[in-house]
Design a protein around this ligand. Structure first.
Ligand code: GLU
Length: 291
């Protein structure tokens, strides 16, 4: 049964930034949103989602921890760094692979786009806006797979979503949203998502669900832009028999033009706010918090 806000205060929550740029007010609002749901009786964790080594920078990680402390957040130690947990993610991939739920995909992004353009299907995008993979490599024979791997063609590992769903039986997947109750979700709409690639050997979907389970997170808080991905997360949790956390989504902070705050739209960094003389309270207020 879904909990209500009045029952908050004993949740285990986390703030899980990806250190691909400096933190801005949107991050501060999201971190306090997570912390407030842990309340006094719960636990608040910090997890650095630094899996994508092509985009994450060490300097951003250090700065993020400094900024979050400066703005007044306190979390339970130790901080968890995903980049140090590859072995655990690999074990999950091995489990899924042994159950026949993964397959190698040799398609480049251009191959996928071309395949989609020539297909009769009207559905070209997954609910999160990513290209909907048409399943080209799902039907390769074991021999074809092997010869491509041996030829050194780079490949990603995709989840066979239909197979994973059927292995669960016919049970409809839902997620429990705080204050709302069970919300039906449809992982099939995502197609066969990538769970690992050559340059990033474990994907966001895999690592986030793995670690929420491993850390005993009971309430996942995140921005509305990640709501759709909950469907694929619920499928991974059910497939791996990980506990299902509850979910709470916060609206995104926008700038004067109504654009989501981001490095791209020129959002000020917390560091530059501090250097301009703003106090932690000024920054919290600017993030829409009561002070
Ligand atoms: N690391 C993700 C991000 O910064 C958020 C993690 C999550 O809540 O799913 O967008």
């Amino acid at each position: 049964m879904t909990e209500t806000f009045s029952q908050s205060g004993r949740w285990v929550t986390r703030f899980a930034p990806s250190p691909t740029g400096p933190l801005h007010l949107g991050h501060v609002a999201a971190a306090f949103f997570a912390q407030s749901h842990a309340g006094n009786g719960g636990r608040f964790l910090l997890r650095i989602e630094d899996i994508d080594r092509t985009r994450c920078r060490e300097a951003f990680i250090e700065q993020a921890v400094t900024d979050l402390e400066w703005v007044g957040l306190r979390w339970e130690t130790p901080v968890l760094y995903q980049s140090r947990r590859m072995k655990l993610y690999q074990e999950t991939l091995d489990t899924l692979s042994a159950r026949g739920l993964l397959y190698p995909c040799f398609c480049t992004r251009a191959d996928v786009a071309r395949e989609i353009a020539s297909s009769a299907s009207a559905q070209h995008h997954a609910p999160d806006g990513s290209l909907l993979y048409p399943g080209t490599c799902r039907t390769l024979t074991p021999k074809e797979r092997l010869s491509r791997i041996e030829a050194g063609i780079p490949y990603a590992l995709r989840l066979d979503t239909t197979k994973a769903l059927s292995s669960l039986g016919s049970a409809e997947l839902t997620y429990d949203e705080l204050g709302k109750g069970p919300v039906p979700c449809c992982p099939a709409a995502f197609g066969d998502v990538i769970l690992a690639r050559k340059d990033t050997p474990a994907s966001y979907h895999l690592c986030v669900t793995h670690d929420d389970a491993a850390q005993g997170v009971t309430l996942v808080t995140r921005g509305e832009e990640l709501r759709a991905a909950t469907a694929i997360h619920r499928l991974l949790q059910a497939t791996m028999e990980w506990p299902a956390p509850a979910y709470a989504f916060h609206p995104l902070l926008t700038d004067a033009n109504g654009e989501k705050l981001s490095k791209r739209t020129g959002a000020l960094s917390i560091r530059s706010m501090r250097e301009s003389g703003m106090s932690p309270m000024d920054v919290r207020k600017a993030a829409g918090l009561s002070g």
